[in-house]
Design a protein around this ligand. Structure first.
Ligand SMILES: [Zn+2]
Length: 343
């Protein structure tokens, strides 16, 4: 990310205004930072659940809902796909990832295509109001010996065709994180490194590779206690934010005591998956599918309090504190105008 005052300074030099009138420092009106994560949180955290297990419906989702959290559920519609998964879970604020249709493997590229396609179609059907195509998280299933015979390159090509973003290396409860204390340590690590931490669950309080309910609740309650610092979200939302932020640039077009105008752009390349403090490149995703707003923090004149932020048809208000205004804006879209709100 970078902040630039090029336009304002160039204009000032051309018309002979002393440059200090719009000094290019971080405290000058218009100076803008892109927040590390949504709502200026220090880190993100992703709760992932594999295999549409019955204990997700019975135990995990009710506890997520109680705390207003979302989770990314890597589903296999060809296995245990009940009405609850088809109709109810998507309406509860949960997100689906593609885990192939039957979890039975792929002996060749043709079978891989069929497995991913059927899963992708079922996910689209479960979210009839979402525009398509859209980015969907990809969690490669662990299948029996000798059943996954496709190459990484074939998987990559299928991911590109179906707009799938790899969630990163498998790091799971009951395997890598044995208890609640281990899981809480993943949250602390995400906060200290400013990255997106994640844990993949199978069973929760039952089923296979199960995390116990006390351990799961210890993690969720710890996340609640750290909510001022951590954004609990789904994989694609964090991926879009990190990718857009990595290529973001803010230019100050105009900064007066009456109005600030900014241009927010982002080069959506290379596309970065930031997880667990590491970066992974996914160089094939379509830049047009990166449509999440970024959180911006802009210096405004000290006298401004309630401000109106306009970007295209979008109008929002936010209140400045100590000459600093925090709000959301879409990159690669219309210019952003900020003015004191008129009463
Ligand atoms: Zn699985």
């Amino acid at each position: 990310m970078s902040v630039s005052l090029l336009c304002a300074c160039a204009a000032a030099m051309l018309i002979g205004i002393p440059q200090q009138a719009i000094a290019a420092d971080a405290s000058a009106p218009g100076a803008t930072q892109v927040a590390p994560w949504k709502d200026n949180k220090k880190a993100a955290f992703l709760l992932m659940f594999d295999d549409n297990a019955p204990s997700h419906l019975k135990n995990a989702i009710p506890e997520l809902k109680k705390r207003n959290f979302t989770g990314t559920f890597y589903v296999c519609p060809g296995k245990g796909w009940s009405d609850a998964w088809k109709k109810e879970v998507p309406g509860m604020g949960m997100e689906y990832g593609n885990h192939t249709n039957t979890h039975s493997g792929a002996k060749d590229a043709e079978k891989l295509d069929e497995e991913i396609k059927l899963c992708a179609e079922a996910i689209d059907k479960a979210y009839p109001d979402r525009k398509t195509p859209r980015l969907i998280s990809w969690g490669q299933p662990g299948t029996g010996k000798g059943t996954w015979l496709v190459t990484n390159e074939q998987v990559r090509e299928a991911c590109m065709k179906y707009n799938l973003i790899d969630r990163g290396p498998f790091m799971g409860a009951a395997i890598h994180y044995k208890n609640g204390k281990d899981m809480v340590a993943v949250v602390d690590k995400a906060i200290s490194s400013g990255s997106a931490g994640y844990i993949v669950f199978h069973g929760v309080g039952g089923d296979w590779l199960s995390a116990s309910m006390p351990d799961f609740l210890q993690l969720l309650d710890y996340l609640v206690s750290k909510q001022d610092q951590i954004w609990v979200t789904d994989h694609i939302s964090s991926h879009k934010y990190a990718t857009e932020r990595a290529g973001a640039e803010v230019k100050v077009v105009e900064a007066t005591d009456k109005k600030i105008q900014l241009a927010l752009t982002s080069k959506i390349s290379p596309r970065i998956i930031e997880l667990d403090g590491k970066s992974y490149t996914n160089d094939k995703a379509d830049p047009k599918l990166y449509d999440a707003p970024l959180t911006l923090i802009t210096k405004v004149p000290a006298s401004w309090q309630k401000c109106q932020i306009t970007q295209g048809a979008q109008k929002t208000t936010a209140t400045a504190a100590n000459g600093t205004l925090q709000y959301e804006a879409l990159p690669n879209s219309d210019p952003i105008s900020i003015q004191p709100a008129t009463l």
